[in-house]
Design a protein around this ligand. Structure first.
Ligand code: FEO
Length: 387
């Protein structure tokens, strides 16, 4: 059995068949849907799993329960990757009491046509629930990632059941670092809600936490300051890496050439961290996460239908809707007869807070020439000085 502490157990599942999480995020290493059990005088199960894993999950539970019956199902999050088996669970364990907040029970009714509130426990922020030895309390974390989200903290074992927070893409049996896939997951899923993440981090700061049990990704038991520190940085929208991300779109290769030349110029001027992404050929969520990672973003786009090239437009929309801010942005535009890309980029980002636009912009008329090469060199000087 998969024990986290003496009497807290993991009963989640790995999804190795999924291609797109939430129908849009590429997950080459699959996904984990985590679920936990606290064995005490009373037994609490925390969250269910995705609809495709009912039998495996119930079997995992059976092994831990060893013939005992759970008393509570704590519903920290109602998104179906965690709530889909509520009805199956209630049918199997008649009399089990659901634990959630007001919003949770409304969503349960919406999904299952019955709120199962009779006998249920409607908790408020800070309420306590005793299982015997273990005493649980609840922190509400609205919009991290849905409005009903709450976290359960076990005051006895100091374990935090953090809902989606501190999760990552990837099944638990894949060998990969937490950070990159957690960053891609964070900015994809809750990047818009930095203020709400800050609010829950402030609440948690008053508590001693020995383990973080997220609904995705591994249980975190060591060096928790590192994970919490990254969440703090991400939710403050602070850049992590001094360096430059160059994101480009290109039809016939001229804008791509400018992007790669700029990378070379920056490198020769001493900039150490440079990443170049072709937006039409790179994973969108990875590009978004990288844009939030770097201090400086260079956007290089062709003009297309008096707008930017579509993959650039989608990328800019992703950034703006996730409250992209606190960075330096530079623009390279290309246009064969009426370059519009720079103007469109500026307009798309105009509501983003605290962006500093580079003094130098580069205008390419079809192909690089002496003038645009000189602009590229000036831009490299400016950005290198800043880095
Ligand atoms: Fe993993 Fe918001 O669900």
């Amino acid at each position: 059995m998969n024990a986290i502490t003496d009497d807290v157990y993991y009963v989640g599942v790995n999804d190795r068949k999924i291609d797109l999480f939430e129908g849009m995020y590429r997950v080459p290493n699959g996904m984990a849907y985590n679920s936990y059990v606290i064995m005490d005088e009373k037994i609490a199960v925390l969250d269910t799993v995705d609809a495709n894993f009912t039998e495996e999950w119930l079997n995992n539970l059976d092994r831990v329960l060893s013939g005992r019956k759970p008393d509570y199902l704590i519903v920290n999050h109602m998104e179906p990757d965690h709530s889909a088996n509520i009805l199956n669970f209630v049918k199997k364990y008649e009399g089990v009491r659901l634990v959630g907040n007001q919003k949770t029970f409304v969503m349960i009714a919406d999904y299952f046509g019955n709120d199962f509130k009779e006998g249920g426990v409607v908790v408020k922020e800070g309420d306590k629930l005793s299982l015997g030895k273990h005493e649980l309390t609840f922190f509400f974390a609205p919009m991290v990632h849905w409005p009903e989200v709450m976290m359960t903290y076990d005051l006895t074992s100091k374990t935090l059941f953090s809902a989606d927070a501190f999760g990552k893409f990837g099944a638990l049996d894949c060998d990969e670092d937490w950070e990159d896939e957690a960053r891609r997951y964070y900015f994809g899923i809750v990047g818009k809600y930095g203020v709400q993440v800050q609010a829950i981090l402030k609440k948690l700061a008053a508590y001693d936490i020995s383990a973080i049990c997220s609904l995705h990704g591994p249980v975190l038991k060591e060096n928790l300051a590192y994970y919490i520190g990254l969440y703090d940085k991400w939710s403050r929208y602070e850049p992590e890496t001094k360096g430059v991300m160059i994101a480009y779109t290109s039809v016939y290769g001229h804008t791509a050439k400018a992007a790669k030349l700029l990378a070379g110029y920056l490198s020769s001027r001493g900039v150490k961290e440079i990443a170049v992404y072709d937006l039409a050929r790179s994973d969108r969520s990875e590009c978004v996460a990288e844009a939030f990672r770097y201090h400086t973003l260079v956007l290089a786009s062709t003009t297309y239908n008096a707008d930017v090239f579509p993959p650039m437009r989608e990328f800019l929309d992703c950034l703006a809707e996730r409250n992209y801010q606190n960075r330096t942005v530079a623009v390279i535009e290309n246009g064969s007869w009426a370059p519009m890309a720079a103007k469109v980029i500026m307009t798309k980002l105009e509501k983003c807070k605290n962006l500093r636009f580079a003094r130098n912009t580069v205008k390419i008329l079809s192909a690089l020439n002496v003038e645009s090469l000189s602009q590229l060199s000036d831009l490299a000087d400016e950005l290198a000085e800043e880095e």
